[in-house]
Design a protein around this ligand. Sequence first.
Ligand SMILES: [Zn+2]
Length: 302
Amino acid sequence: MRIILLILFSAIAFTSLSESGKKIKVVIDAGHGGDDYGNLAHSSNFLSEKEINLKIALFLGGYIEKYLQNVEVIYTRTKDVYPSLDERVQKANLSHADYFISIHCNHSDRKAVRGTETHVHSMHLSKSVAFAKEIEQQLSSRAGRKSRGVKDMKDLQHTLQVLKYTNMTSVLVECGFMSNLKEVRYLNTTYGQEIIASAIFRGFRSTIEKEFPQVAFRRKKEQAQEVSGSYSIQIMSSINPIDEKDPVFNSLKMSVIRTKLKTTKKYKYIYKVGSYATKKDAKLDLKKVRNRGYKDAFIVSN
Ligand SMILES: [Zn+2]
């Protein structure tokens, strides 16, 4: 019965995509929720995994809805509740989704371990693998994360239920290690969450554009417009690294992100604030930043 139902569902999904509106569906699954916190925050200043997952998931869904057409976003949760793994799988299968993206954050007993991973059920599932590779590539180039690559059940040595039982192209993104202090700090900033979400967004966009070349996914009006996180304000640079939480930045009242440039120049460390979709948005804050003591601040594209 289950198999017949599955065949029936995929037949319906195929017909609706090829004949009518050419609308594809993506399920975004924020891992954990409710009583299931996922990986715990190791300081009261930090969010737990379930909260970070949800923030990234909502940013991701928001970008898809804002910048793409002919894509329907379905969430397994939009607030702090816990749908069971069965319920998540069922929602994806019953909605005849084309893609499933689960958002998680990682943990390791070795605190130095960092980077992103995108999981698929098996390396034999070529569509899922291609999608996962695209996401990892974007996380590396767009978000500047260390990519640990695409992994499957053999790497994990166990299966992930949401990947095994969902009928569509399915990936699970581990957005970084909460056990690594630097990475957990990044994951706790809106800037970090937005950049990660926009990298996943780009991986998704290029994947669907490759798979459905006949569908116009980009909204015309916003074709030239970039997603949030395209612009920041650079406030300064330095020879030696200064901590992002250093009191010297207190007057800004904004969180500071330090980046180390691959350069032979002496001033290797740059410090940025904010995350903006447009230059115009960035300009509004630039005034504020200059008034708060950073007279030489300027807008940079990320
Ligand atoms: Zn998790």
